[in-house]
Design a protein around this ligand. Structure first.
Ligand SMILES: Cc1cc2nc3c(=O)[nH]c(=O)nc-3n(C[C@H](O)[C@H](O)[C@H](O)COP(=O)(O)O)c2cc1C
Length: 187
């Protein structure tokens, strides 16, 4: 059975990271479902000038945050992991404090309790003490903080290439793809 991932999209800036990731997963034939928060829908539409449903169309299934009855709310649903991209400080805080009060927070809680993969592509600047403490708490609970901090060593020539660099690094981290933009050393 192919590994199926959950992709969470929140209201942090950087909806382009989510769009680039879902396209990359689709191209590679990796099955996934999406959970989008209400703020996530707003930021997708504001930053990408797309309907959130256009982005959601890449996924096998899409859930809204209120759908607490859906499969991602249960550890018995066999998702490989959850990648939240971009991840807001609000969602980070909800995970760090175990609130589980919407479908995305509950799905993240499930990943941690089931010892499955939880990766948060967090985006905020600057960071306050609460953000940093929440990142520490999630890391101690077994999650991975994977900041939306693209590298520049592959010399991106466009915004798309910059974002692709981060998404390839993420797929490489999850053992889902080779990273064609990996550092090859100085020639
Ligand atoms: C255009 C826009 C950009 C935002 N960027 C960020 C951001 O980069 N990081 C962040 O933590 N919150 C950001 N926010 C605020 C979140 O959307 C807000 O805290 C929201 O309640 C998060 O809810 P969610 O985690 O359920 O998606 C932004 C909001 C808007 C409208």
């Amino acid at each position: 059975m192919a590994k199926k991932y959950l992709i969470g999209i929140t209201g942090a800036s950087g909806a382009i990271y989510a769009l680039t990731l879902v396209k990359a997963l689709k191209e590679r034939g990796i099955p996934f479902e999406i959970i989008v928060t209400e703020a996530g829908k707003i930021v997708i539409e504001q930053e990408l000038e797309l309907s959130w449903k256009d982005l959601a169309n890449y996924a096998e299934r899409v859930y809204e945050e209120r759908e607490i009855w859906a499969p991602p709310a249960s550890g018995s649903a066999s998702y490989e992991g959850l990648i939240i991209i971009p991840c807001s400080m609000g969602t980070l805080a909800g995970i760090a404090s175990g609130q589980a009060k919407n479908l995305l927070l509950r799905a993240a809680d499930v990943m941690l309790k089931e010892r499955r993969s939880l990766v948060l592509v967090v985006r905020e600047t600057p960071l306050n003490l609460i953000h940093l403490q929440n990142m520490l708490a999630v890391t101690q609970a077994g999650g991975v903080i994977f900041p939306a901090m693209p590298g520049f060593y592959h010399k991106p020539k466009s915004l798309e290439e910059l974002v692709e660099g981060l998404v390839l690094r993420l797929l490489q981290f999850l053992n889902l793809s080779e990273n064609s933009k990996a550092w090859k050393g100085l020639s």
